[in-house]
Every structure is written in C-alpha cells, then in structure tokens.
Design a protein around this ligand. Sequence first.
Ligand SMILES: Nc1ncnc2c1ncn2[C@@H]1O[C@H](COP(=O)(O)OP(=O)(O)OP(=O)(O)O)[C@@H](O)[C@H]1O
Length: 261
Amino acid sequence: MINQPAFERSIHGDHQPSCLTVNNLTKKFNNESVLENLSMSIYQGEIHGIIGRNGVGKTTLIESIIGLKEIDAGTVNILGEDIKSSRYEIMEAVGIQPQEANLLPRQSVSETIHLFTSFYKESMDPKELMQMMELDQIESKRVKNLSVGQKQRLLVALAMVGNPALIILDEPTTGIDPQIRQLIWRVLRSMKEKGCSILLSTHYMDEAEKLCDRISILHDKKIIVHGSCHEIITEHREKFTDSLEDVFLHLTGTSLRREVD
Ligand SMILES: Nc1ncnc2c1ncn2[C@@H]1O[C@H](COP(=O)(O)OP(=O)(O)OP(=O)(O)O)[C@@H](O)[C@H]1O
C-alpha cells in the first residue's frame, strides 16, 4: 500500500517515519561503481538536501532512486513499496522534475501543465499551480521561448502537478536569480507544510542550510555524513567559526585532482 511509512532510527536514536529508504545501493557504469553500498533515508515531511562535488553521482543517485537507472545491487523503498516491484504505483505518488527534452517545445506553458495534469488521477488545479509558480503571466508563451528562470519554474511546477507525497528535484535552483530562487523555496516550504516530503540535490550551501531540515553529503560513492546542518557543523567543524561550506571542504577535499582525473 502506498503512503505507508517505514520507520528508521534517527541519529538521536528515536524512530522517525521514513518515506524513502535506500539500502546498500550499488550503481556501476562500464563495470566501475559510481555508488557503492550507499544507504540513506528521508523522513516523512522533511526537506532533505543531497550535496556533493561535481561528478560524485548525485544525478545517478536520484535517477536510480526513481527507477530511471537500473541498479546493480541494493534496494529502494518509497512510501512503503519496493521501486523494482511497484514502480508504476509509486510514481503516481512521487513528483519528479521532468527533463527539458521531455517537453514539447511548441506547446504553451498552460498546455504543458494541462497535459501533465492528465497523467494523474488526482492532480493540482492548473490555474492554482500557475499562480503559485507565477507562471500565469506567461501561460501562453511557448516552451521553446522561455528564459532559463521561466523554464525552471515550469519544471518545478510539473514536479508538483500530481499532488505528490514525495517530490524529488535535481538542482532545482541552478542558474536562476535570487527572486526566483526565493519563490521556489517558498513553494517548497508550502508543499512541506501540506505534509509533502522533498528530496533535492544542490550545490548551494546556503540553500542546504536555509531550506533543508537535513542534509546528506555524498562523497566517494557513499553518504559520508547526514544530519541537520547544525549537527553536521557541530560534529565535523575544525574551528568554532566553521560554516557548512568549510565543513564540506574538510570532508570532501579542496583539490580539483578528482575532476582532472
Ligand atoms: N550513462 C553513463 N555512462 C557512463 N558514465 C556515466 C553515465 N552517467 C553518468 N556517468 C558518470 O557517473 C559519474 C556521476 O555522474 P553524475 O551526473 O551522477 O554526477 P553529479 O554529482 O550529478 O554531477 P554534477 O554535480 O556535475 O551534476 C560521473 O563520473 C559521470 O561521468
């Protein structure tokens, strides 16, 4: 049954309802693992951020979680169901930001939202969604003519269209101005207030710090640290004044050697 939370032991030892649990996930490309025995969990009703260096495997992790990439080992449980056996039912309750390539360039914003609405049994009201994402002013604009920020708002709106219990977003605020970023944060917080759980990847430490209830740091094929921003800083800082970015650099290294390799 969808929406049945599993329970995970939090770092404080108490049991939290979890809406997504990844156990010992391994994903290989050309026989080389990008993710190895990776485990993590997302609590129900939280905004959870994944941070990690370029190329560490954030997109691969997200695509493995939603079943877009076949995993080599491990399990992914979403809302009480195994993704391998119940992907279709699970995806009814999960909102993912579509790839831009999956949109029809000549369709308008409004037509695109209406089309995606038709994929779900219980969808959000398109008008309300467009107002929420401030897309109503540009509802007749064609997808191919949208600016980066307008397109990003549309993609995030499409992740919410099915009234999901869990939203999964890959770098939802990359390349957009602070006003649109704040709008997306406001909308995600309001979805959380309605009981939605949210998993997102980000390169922005301030986004992880201000928006996310908990953070997982992905490094060397695994989640090496997880917890609230405060917990992570307190546990891993070298100096009293260290920020999340300082701690991230201590934990994941400052050299670009891995990138050059
Ligand atoms: N289809 C594929 N075939 C082979 N290698 C791949 C494939 N997709 C991703 N990779 C490799 O897997 C690694 C992780 O890539 P991924 O895109 O998941 O990283 P990321 O953390 O999302 O990066 P970024 O922050 O730059 O977006 C990279 O080394 C990438 O080249």
